[in-house]
Design a protein around this ligand. Structure first.
Ligand code: ZN
Length: 165
């Protein structure tokens, strides 16, 4: 069975007891979360989120610049007024450089990806602080509270790294 087929089975079970069909489109808790796509980070369970609570924008590293399009939509059209950034320990973004992945693409795909910034980082804490600053300084992002955390994949805990206030 493919993973997609497994999802169909899991969803049939989920939908059989589903009772939240009347939720509003805008996130009830008016927050947008930018988090790494890492499989070990379950934002709903780790942060206590229910359906309808929040936007969760995920990408490799939980990088702010990569999430900008979604953040602007979240704020301008769907009313969110707070941002939370979540990076995490043992992140894959700590393991490579732009040069490494561009070289891999060159040798495996015979393509040039030199124009793409893959946004890896060498310092986890600094990556969170950098992303708070990117959003704070962006003229396209409202002046809202921004808080950055590191999620520890080893303990399940979040550790606050910084905030815009
Ligand atoms: Zn990661």
């Amino acid at each position: 069975m493919s993973v997609a087929a497994e999802f169909e089975a899991a969803n049939a079970k989920y939908a059989s007891t589903f009772t939240k069909g009347d939720l509003a489109l805008p996130p009830q808790r008016k927050v947008a979360i930018v988090a790494c796509m890492d499989a070990r980070l379950d934002t709903a369970r780790a942060l206590g989120l229910e359906e309808g609570d929040s936007h969760v924008i995920r990408n490799a590293g939980g990088r702010a610049s990569d999430a900008l399009r979604s953040i602007v939509i979240s704020q301008q059209l769907l009313g969110t007024r707070e941002i939370v950034i979540v990076h995490h320990t043992d992140c894959g973004m700590l393991t490579f450089t732009d040069e490494v992945i561009r070289g891999k693409i060159r040798s495996e795909l015979k393509q040039d990806a030199d124009h793409i910034a893959f946004l890896p980082f060498g310092d986890l804490e600094q990556s969170v602080l950098d992303d708070i600053r990117v959003l704070k300084e962006s003229p396209l992002v409202l002046d809202v509270p921004i808080t950055g955390y590191i999620y520890e994949v080893e303990s399940g805990k979040i550790v606050k790294v910084g905030s815009s206030q």
